[in-house]
Design a protein around this ligand. Structure first.
Ligand SMILES: NC(=O)c1ccc[n+]([C@@H]2O[C@H](COP(=O)([O-])OP(=O)(O)OC[C@H]3O[C@@H](n4cnc5c(N)ncnc54)[C@H](O)[C@@H]3O)[C@@H](O)[C@H]2O)c1
Length: 451
């Protein structure tokens, strides 16, 4: 809990007292921002939620918010008219449609915004949301570069916003049991963690666009935004499964899947930033319109341990000796401790002792309370002004290792990182490339790197 959030919580408590004093007992349908309370809904106020990016994920996040009685969906934004129209219809035409997210962010009847646009937009839209006084539920990957990651953290802090990154598996019961087990000490000192995500897209991958013209109702300029301009591509625009094949607009499948997966060891072992990051890989097999690696291996150095990632898109073998046909994926995490090894994934965990070293060790009691749901936790925090479990302050410890791995791949060398200063060490070129360059007229808000 930062000092600024504690201050904001006190302000919030003060504002509910004010509401009570004027006799507001029935639920209000006036947004907190409209009431001039800096975006903190009072106890009886409805929370007015907007959505930027009406694709499958954004609509899912919005549904998980809208099912609660204290939420009203007031604003929707997309640059594809058909998606926007279809989503407005789902809410009986009540939310106001926007084609430009800046107009949605300026709207007085929006307290908080779900950002589920493609990843190359996340940093800019998140920072502009903070500047507009909106709290945010930001889809993973949080950002694509070190500069973006630090800037988002600084903007959330400066503008005192509540943030939740969309790594919803964090709310699951299995992750809680794994964290309790690893922290029980039964495995002994864990000095190697191995993580992986493998899937088989076949050698033709996500396919090739023969040169489709931009369809009516699609604002391609605004889809591309700060990313490099390229001709319209119906494969790229189809959804996140596809944009994960295009490096400039997603960072590939490492930021595509690893935010969910390395979350678990970073949570269980309370890891700070890594000190050295090495990554190798390439697009070796798949022949489609994409350019992101279909093979990617990462090695992160932490004090007294290492962690690795294996990503593969043309072979779905798992270490449990099974493969899967197209397009199912396998993922997992191994904790290698001196007393035993734990293998786990989203839904299960299994322990293999080292000889007799785990004899007599009892599993830990449940101690981490259940989550009310990832979106519900965020909504509750909008009222309490406490940061949720996956705020940007927590998630940057997941985001930075990923963006630095992609930088290491790009440069073909290891990156050294100082967790105390949050700076790249001894590599001027890497430090320069860590801040992104946006396509004009978009500008990376680098002033947030100075705060
Ligand atoms: N948490 C998870 O498990 C999970 C799963 C899938 C996707 N995601 C993430 O959610 C995000 C969205 O994924 P998706 O599959 O819905 O992708 P999508 O491409 O289907 O949806 C993104 C939407 O954003 C719109 N968009 C693009 N530029 C915009 C702009 N400037 N303003 C407003 N809208 C804009 C697109 O037109 C599109 O409709 C991605 O970041 C993805 O990584 C998370």
């Amino acid at each position: 809990m930062s000092e600024s959030n504690e201050l904001s919580r006190r302000r919030f408590v003060g504002s509910t007292v004010t509401a009570g004093a004027v006799g507001l007992s029935a639920p209000l349908v006036v947004s907190a921002s409209a009431l001039g309370r800096g975006g903190a809904p009072g106890a009886n106020d409805k929370i007015h939620v907007g959505l930027i990016g009406c694709g499958g994920m954004g609509r899912g996040n919005l549904r998980n918010c809208a099912k609660h009685d204290d939420v009203v969906v007031t604003a929707l934004c997309d640059v594809q008219q058909a998606r926007l129209d279809a989503t407005v219809k789902q809410y009986e035409g009540k939310p106001k449609p926007y084609r430009d997210y800046r107009e949605l962010l300026a709207a007085k009847d929006v307290d908080a915004v779900i950002i589920a646009s493609p990843p190359h937009w996340h940093c800019l839209q998140a920072i502009e949301a903070c500047e507009a006084g909106k709290d945010l539920y930001l889809q993973k990957p949080m950002t694509l570069t070190l500069g973006e990651s630090l800037a988002v953290v600084n903007a959330v802090k400066k503008h005192d916003r509540i943030s939740q990154i969309g790594t919803q598996i964090h709310a699951g019961e299995n992750y809680r049991r794994v964290v309790e087990y690893v922290r029980s000490g039964n495995l002994g000192h864990v000095s190697i963690v191995r993580t992986f995500n493998v899937m088989n897209q076949g050698t033709t991958g996500v396919g090739k666009d023969p040169g489709t013209p931009v369809p009516d109702g699609v604002d391609w300029e605004m889809w591309i935004g700060p990313g490099p301009m390229r001709p319209y591509n119906r494969i790229l625009i189809a959804g996140s499964y596809n944009h994960c094949s295009f490096m400039d607009y997603s960072g590939g499948w490492l930021p595509g899947m690893a935010p969910h997966i390395i979350d678990l060891p970073i949570w269980a072992l309370e890891l700070d930033y890594p000190t050295c990051i090495s990554c190798s890989g390439g697009r070796f097999v798949i022949d489609d319109d994409g350019d992101a690696p279909d093979v990617q291996e990462v090695l992160w150095q932490y004090p007294r341990m290492t962690m690795t990632w294996m990503g593969m898109l043309a072979n779905s073998y798992g270490f449990d000796l099974h493969g899967d046909p197209v397009p199912k994926r396998r993922l997992g995490i191994y904790f290698h401790g001196v007393h035993g090894t734990m293998y786990c994934n989203y839904g299960m965990f299994q322990i293999v002792p080292e000889g007799k070293q785990m004899e007599g060790k009892e599993p830990p009691e449940k101690s981490i309370p259940p989550s009310p749901g990832h979106e519900r936790e965020w909504l509750d925090c909008l009222r309490s002004r406490r940061q949720p479990s996956c705020s940007v302050f927590y998630h940057t410890k997941i985001d930075v290792p990923l963006v630095l791995a992609n930088l290491s791949l790009r440069l073909g060398r290891s990156i050294r990182f100082d967790p105390a200063t949050r700076k790249i060490v001894g590599d001027d070129e890497a430090a320069r490339l860590a801040a992104p360059e946006y396509r004009a007229p978009w500008k990376f808000p680098k002033q947030y790197l100075e705060s």
